[in-house]
Design a protein around this ligand. Structure first.
Ligand code: KIV
Ligand code: ZN
Length: 524
C-alpha cells in the first residue's frame, strides 16, 4: 500500500482511464487503455484509477488486465456504495500487486435526494459498504461525491464513519467544479481539524474545471494538508474536465520555493503521454493549453524571441526538455534511415513495434518527398495516423480525386476497400469534403451522424500536413477518427472512414468498449 511517510510527498492519483474516459466521446479501446496504463505506471503515477468494473464487461476486463500488468502503481477500481459493485471491483483489482477499492456516494442535499436516503440511512450505508470493502482489501478509498456542497457537520460525520470503517484514503471531490481556492483549502483544513482519526489517513483532492479553477483548487488543498491529487492527462474529463496532471506536477516542480512538495513523476514523460491520450481519446489539446499546448513554449513575438535568445530565463520558467519536448524541432530529412527514425520517435515518447515502425517509415519517406522539412510535429502526426488507420481495417481509402470550383457542385471520385473488395464511386456535394463524404456514405451504409469535424495545420506553410479529427454518433455509441496528410480533403476522408471503422467494431463487439456513462452514478 502506498502511504505518504514523507510529509512533503504528494501522491498522484491518475483517473484518465475512469473520470477522463467518462467524458462523452473519449471512449478508449481495451488495448489503448492497457497502453496508457503502462505509460502512467512508467511515468511514476502512484495510483491509477483504471475504470469502473461494474459499468461494463469492457471496464471489468480493462481493470483486471491493468491490475495484472502494473509494476509499481496501486491499481484502483471505482464502485458505488453497493455490495455487488464492491465485489465486482475487488474481483477486477485483486490481481494487482497493490490493489485499491474506491467507493463513493453523493452526500450533498441534492445527491442525497436521488437515492432517497435520509442522513442516518446514508450514514449506515457508508458504514456497511466501507466495512465490506475493507474486509476484502487493505487499501480502501472513500469519496463523498459533491463534498464541496455538503453541509460541513454532515461531511465531518460521514468522513469519520468511513475512517472508523477502515477507509485509508478520504477523497474530497468538487464534483461540479464549484469551489474556489480559499474555500478548497479551508474545507481540507476543517476536516483535518474536526474529524477524529483524520491525521492517520491520506486526504485527497479531486477537482473539476467548470470555472477554470481545478488546478488552483487542488494546489490550495495540498497547501492545507491534502496529500493526494486526483487528476487526468490533458485535464481530460466530463464537461470542462478534471484537474490536469501536468499542471499540478509542473507547478509543484517550478514553484517548489513557495510550494515545497514533491511528486514521484518523471516529468520528461509528460509530453509523450499527452500526445498519446489526445490521440486515443480523440480530444485534441488546445494550442494555448498550459504545459502541453502546442504554443506553450513558442515565442513568436519579436520582443520575446529576442529575450529568449539572450537568456532563456527571460521568458521561460521551465525548459521544454523538462516535459520531454525536444528543443531542436527539425526532425529528419529524406535521407534519414529507419534507425534514425526509431531513435527520433523514442525521443518523442513513441516506442513502436517493428510492424508499425515499418509503416511509419514508408509514410515518412512519402512525406519527405513532398515536404521540404519534416518537423517533430509532422512525425507525431504520422505515428498517430498510422496507429489510427491500418491495413487490416474494414474500410480503407485507396484514392480520392476531387474537382471543385467554377460555380459547379464539387465532384469526388473515391476508391475504397470495403471488406474484401475495392470499389469506386463518384458523388457530388456541397464542397469537396461533403462530396467525398457522400462517396463514403454511398459505399458503406450507416446511420451515424457527424458530431465534430476539426482541421488543424500541423506546422506552418502551405505544404503543411493537416490533422483532421472526426467524431460520429450512432445509437448512443460514439467513435472518433483522426488522420493526417498534406492533402486536407484526403485526411478528412481518412478520419471519417477511421471513425466508421471504430463504430463498426464497437457495434460488433458484445460491448467491451461500452460507455461507463450508461450506468447511473447513484446508489439505490
Ligand atoms: O467527481 C466526482 O465526484 C467523482 C467521484 C466518483 C469520485 O468522480
Ligand atoms: Zn470526478
Amino acid at each position: 500500500m502506498t502511504q505518504t511517510r514523507d510529509p512533503s510527498r504528494v501522491l498522484i492519483f491518475d483517473t484518465t482511464l475512469r473520470d477522463g474516459e467518462q467524458s462523452p466521446g473519449a471512449t478508449m479501446s481495451h488495448a489503448e487503455k492497457l497502453e496508457i496504463a503502462g505509460m502512467l505506471d512508467e511515468m511514476g503515477v502512484d495510483i491509477i484509477e483504471a475504470g469502473f468494473p461494474i459499468a461494463s464487461e469492457g471496464d471489468f476486463a480493462a481493470v483486471s488486465e491493468i491490475a495484472k500488468q502494473a509494476q509499481n502503481a496501486v491499481i484502483c477500481g471505482l464502485a458505488r456504495a453497493q455490495i455487488p459493485d464492491i465485489d465486482r471491483c475487488w474481483e477486477a483489482v485483486r490481481h494487482a500487486r497493490q490493489p485499491r477499492i474506491h467507493t463513493f456516494i453523493g452526500t450533498s442535499p441534492l445527491h442525497r435526494a436521488i437515492p432517497n436516503l435520509d442522513m442516518d440511512q446514508m450514514a449506515d450505508r457508508i458504514h456497511e459498504t466501507v466495512t465490506h470493502a475493507r474486509n476484502l482489501c487493505d487499501n480502501v478509498q472513500w469519496s463523498p461525491m459533491d463534498a464541496t456542497r455538503t453541509e460541513h457537520d454532515y461531511l465531518c460525520r460521514v468522513v469519520e464513519i468511513a475512517i472508523r470503517a477502515g477507509a485509508t484514503t478520504i477523497n474530497i471531490p468538487d464534483t461540479v467544479g464549484y469551489t474556489a481556492p480559499r474555500e478548497s483549502a479551508a474545507l481540507i483544513a476543517m476536516l483535518l481539524e474536526r474529524v477524529p482519526g483524520a491525521d492517520g489517513i491520506v486526504f485527497a483532492t479531486h477537482c473539476h474545471n467548470d470555472l477554470g479553477m481545478a488546478t488552483a483548487n487542488s494546489l490550495a488543498a495540498v497547501e492545507a494538508g491534502a496529500r493526494q491529487v486526483e487528476c487526468t492527462i490533458n485535464g481530460l474529463g466530463e464537461r470542462a474536465g478534471n484537474t490536469a496532471l501536468e499542471e499540478v506536477v509542473m507547478a509543484l516542480k517550478v514553484r517548489h520555493d513557495i510550494m515545497p512538495f514533491s511528486t514521484g513523476i518523471d516529468t520528461r514523460r509528460i509530453m509523450g503521454l499527452s500526445r498519446r491520450v489526445a490521440q486515443v481519446s480523440g480530444f485534441p489539446v488546445q494550442f494555448n493549453k498550459a504545459i502541453v499546448g502546442k504554443n506553450a513554449f513558442l515565442h513568436e513575438s519579436g520582443i520575446h524571441q529576442d529575450g529568449v535568445l539572450k537568456n532563456v530565463e527571460t521568458f521561460e520558467i521551465m525548459r521544454p526538455a523538462d516535459i520531454g519536448l525536444n528543443e531542436a524541432n527539425i526532425a529528419m530529412g529524406k535521407h534519414s534511415g529507419r534507425a534514425a527514425l526509431r531513435s527520433k520517435l523514442a525521443d518523442l515518447g513513441y516506442e513502436l513495434g517493428d510492424n508499425q515502425l515499418k509503416d511509419v517509415f514508408v509514410r515518412f519517406k512519402a512525406l519527405a518527398d513532398r515536404k521540404k522539412e519534416v518537423f517533430d510535429d509532422d512525425l507525431v502526426a504520422l505515428v498517430q495516423d498510422s496507429a489510427a488507420n491500418t491495413d487490416s481495417d474494414y474500410l480503407q481509402v485507396r484514392t480520392l480525386r476531387v474537382v471543385c470550383g467554377g460555380g459547379e457542385p464539387a465532384t469526388a471520385t473515391l476508391t475504397m476497400v470495403v471488406g474484401d473488395g475495392e470499389q469506386t464511386i463518384e458523388r457530388q456535394g456541397d464542397g469537396p469534403v461533403d462530396a467525398a463524404f457522400n462517396c463514403v456514405n454511398a459505399l458503406f451504409a450507416h446511420q451515424a451522424t457527424l458530431q465534430l469535424y476539426q482541421v488543424h495545420a500541423v506546422t506552418e506553410g502551405t505544404d503543411a500536413q493537416a490533422t483532421v479529427s472526426v467524431r460520429l454518433e450512432e445509437d448512443g455509441r460514439i467513435a472518433t477518427g483522426q488522420a493526417a496528410d498534406t492533402d486536407t480533403i484526403l485526411a478528412s476522408v481518412k478520419a471519417y472512414v477511421g471513425a466508421l471503422n471504430r463504430l463498426k467494431l464497437r457495434r460488433e463487439k458484445t460491448s467491451p468498449d461500452s460507455d461507463t456513462r450508461s450506468i447511473s452514478m447513484y446508489s439505490h
